[in-house]
Ligand binder design. Structure first.
Ligand SMILES: *Cc1c(COP(=O)(O)O)cnc(C)c1O
Length: 454
């Protein structure tokens, strides 16, 4: 896809549509002359160079990459009209695209009924799920694992709910015995399970936790903001296939959050929340005297906490799904490449005498640390920090990130280490780009070199 060609076609298509309404002139107050624009643009693009190369395989740090060209064209084309998906009056076309894209997400998880919509982010999507949880179980708190996203605790505070962090096991998954003990107190109304933790990519045992829902009368919300699209690899053949049980069980959970702006090839501003029972729409009821007038059909703003939202986000996701649908043969192939890259990293790290795995990757996040002589937490922390910094500043750069592991978490995985500090940073690489698969040897070779040169 040649972006320049399609962006040209985009402006032509929108102009052609605009012309059907007859000529008009832009107001002189908005006029900007080309020379002044050229000057501002030069400064602007210069400033943008102060960035990390998220697109490049040598960037193996955080969950960041540019959107797919189809998403870029979809977003920018719709943005020329700038619809607001709050209401059908704000843009019927993109509101319908949102409904269709959300239905595809619901189908991906195996929901046979759903109510859902896009949001600005995973954080807001989780807020909505916890808001509905509170309405259904007033006065009861929320349980989530210690490794769950930090915003769950913050959103509990915001909603006036008690948050209950639950211990994790040595794989970073919620400890079901600890959870069961907590549920017996009756204090909890909703359990948040994470399908792919942000730090380690650990998948909570959703299938095993379901039994607790019936026993204790709680709701189960699945935060799959990062990991959700990996459901496309559940039970797949080949090395990238994932154990299917937790992913299949998601279909029975009460609500799900997934972020198309992480593994769905979208630009930022695209999260999604899905509820299995459409009846929960009643909690969003409100009366607005200035929206909702062209149609008695449900408006997206009637089932969301946010008001204005970019219709362009829905357009981008819809257009992307036309080409790379959320199916095993579509987006699944993209995810599989990331997964294979992570497996290969893990294999090479295991074979290396300069690096050691922190834990086996479950999805596409690899955590590892330099093999230091006096194996202590403080030495590992210092060495990780040095490699992170050297990676970015020395020639032939590699961009990594770090993960802070607590003493308990570290020694649960590596009992022989000297635990001389409360925590230690390890190195962390999210292999979000399928291209990572083709550069494993070079990028990891470079990390090894840095580990040896310390
Ligand atoms: C990224 C993430 C979030 C937060 O989503 P944003 O889109 O960054 O607001 C929540 N939960 C998990 C598991 C995540 O990975």
């Amino acid at each position: 896809m040649d972006l320049r060609h399609w962006l040209g076609r985009a402006t032509d298509a929108i102009q052609k549509w605009a012309d059907t309404f007859g000529p008009y002139e832009a107001h002189p107050s908005l006029r900007v002359d080309d020379d002044r624009f050229a000057e501002a643009f030069q400064e602007f693009t210069g400033r943008l160079e102060d960035n990390y190369p998220f697109f490049h395989p040598r960037y193996a740090g955080q969950m960041l990459k540019p959107p797919h060209p189809a998403a870029v064209v979809g977003y920018l084309t719709a943005m020329l009209i700038n619809p607001n998906n709050h209401a059908l009056d704000g843009g019927p076309a993109t509101a319908r695209m949102e409904r269709e894209a959300v239905a595809r997400l619901a189908a991906m998880f195996g929901y046979d009924t759903h109510l859902g919509h896009l949001t600005t982010s995973g954080t807001i999507a989780n807020l909505e799920a916890l808001f509905v949880a509170r309405e259904l179980h007033p006065g009861r708190g929320i349980a989530y694992s210690q490794d769950a996203h930090y915003t769950h605790g913050r959103m509990c505070h915001l909603l006036g709910l008690e948050g209950h962090p639950v211990r994790t096991d040595s794989g970073g998954r919620i400890d079901l015995d600890a959870l069961a003990g907590l549920l017996r107190t009756g204090k909890v109304g909703t359990v948040v399970l994470t399908a792919g933790t942000t730090g380690l990519g650990a998948v909570d045992p959703v299938h095993e936790a379901l039994a607790l829902r019936e026993r204790h009368g709680v709701r189960i919300h699945v935060d799959a903001a990062y990991g959700g699209f990996f459901t496309l690899l559940a039970g797949a053949d080949g090395p990238a296939g994932l154990p299917p049980a937790p992913w299949r069980a998601i279909a029975q959970c009460d609500s799900i959050v997934v972020d198309p702006h992480k593994h769905g090839l979208q630009p930022y501003g695209c999260g999604a929340v899905l509820f299995r029972d459409p009846e929960v729409g009643r909690f969003y009821l409100h009366d607005s005297p200035y929206t909702y007038f062209t149609s008695s059909e449900l408006h997206l703003g009637e089932i969301s906490l946010e008001c204005s939202r970019a219709g362009a986000s829905a357009a981008a996701l819809w257009l992307t799904f036309q080409l790379l649908p959320p199916t095993p043969d579509g987006l699944g192939r993209v995810l599989a490449a990331s997964r294979r890259a992570a497996l290969r990293w893990a294999e090479l790290i295991t074979a290396s005498d300069a690096l050691e795995l922190y834990q086996q990757p479950e999805l596409d996040i690899v955590t590892y640390f330099p093999a230091v002589e006096s194996a202590s937490l403080s030495a590992i922390d210092a060495a990780s920090a040095r490699i992170l910094a050297a990676g970015m500043t020395e020639p032939d750069p590699v961009f990594l990130s770090t993960f802070t592991a607590s003493r308990e978490a570290f020694t649960a995985r590596h009992p022989k280490l000297t635990a001389d500090a409360d925590d230690a940073r390890v190195l962390r690489s999210v292999l979000l780009k399928p291209e990572s698969e083709h550069s494993v040897e070079h990028v990891l070779g470079r990390v090894e070199q840095l580990a040896r040169n310390r």
